[in-house]
Design a binder for this molecule. Structure first.
Ligand code: ITT
Length: 197
């Protein structure tokens, strides 16, 4: 059984990842660590630099395998806002603030996507994995599961928001489920079939 560590202070993110890891027979451990995240327009840069920051703070993790994950909601009619600034925007204006910003925007112009980027550290290297889910911002909050922007995000082809789905269904469709799938699949491959290792 593979042991890896997910470093996040977000319990919901860990729970989603834990569920997914079980399917791959991976034992996922949680380190709930607060660290300073850089501000950048790219989730990839933020995730990569978080790994480096963590190694500075916790040199004992140099010999371990761990990952961080950075995610954001990108609303097309707002030119990708809040994107990499999603945590700040959620803390400040929240779901109601987003609904207010989109108040006059018609149904066919409310498209948005979530993106998740994982930076996985092992043996002195960092590898990136990502996942995207397309959908749209609905006009009111629906559902009570999940976290963050889940109640206002309707994935394409679904009649339920992420907040109306259980973790398993969100993981099957969602951005984080997809980036985790990429990471865990790469870990499950025999070493000889892995490129650049
Ligand atoms: P860590 O950085 O400690 O992992 P975080 O909560 O700050 O936790 P992110 O920076 O990745 O996580 O996410 C930024 C925000 O985007 C997050 O606080 C949520 O409001 C929102 N978000 C991210 N993933 C989401 C999801 O799956 N569903 C709903 N909202 C999400």
């Amino acid at each position: 059984m593979y042991n890896i560590i997910f470093i996040t202070h977000n319990k919901h993110k860990f729970e989603e990842a834990y569920e997914k890891a079980k399917l791959f027979n991976i034992n996922l451990q949680w380190i709930n660590l607060e660290y300073e995240e850089i501000q950048d327009d790219s989730l990839e840069e933020i995730a990569r630099s978080s790994c480096l920051k963590i190694l500075e703070l916790r040199p004992d993790l140099k010999d371990k395998s761990f990952f961080v994950e950075d995610a954001g909601l990108f609303i097309n009619c707002l030119r990708g806002f809040p994107g990499p600034y999603s945590a700040y925007v959620f803390r400040t204006i929240g779901n109601w603030g987003i609904l207010k910003l989109l108040h006059d925007v018609p149904d066919n112009e409310r498209s948005a996507f979530f993106k998740s980027v994982i930076a996985y550290y092992h043996s002195g290297k960092i590898e990136l994995f990502s996942g995207v889910i397309q959908g749209k911002i609905i006009k009111s909050l629906k559902g009570s599961q999940g976290f963050g922007f889940d109640p206002i995000f309707l994935p394409a082809g679904s009649n339920k928001t992420f907040a109306q789905m259980n973790k398993e269904s969100k993981n099957l469709k969602g951005h984080r489920g997809k980036s985790l799938q990429e990471l865990f699949t790469s870990l499950s491959k025999p070493p000889s079939s892995l490129k650049d290792r």
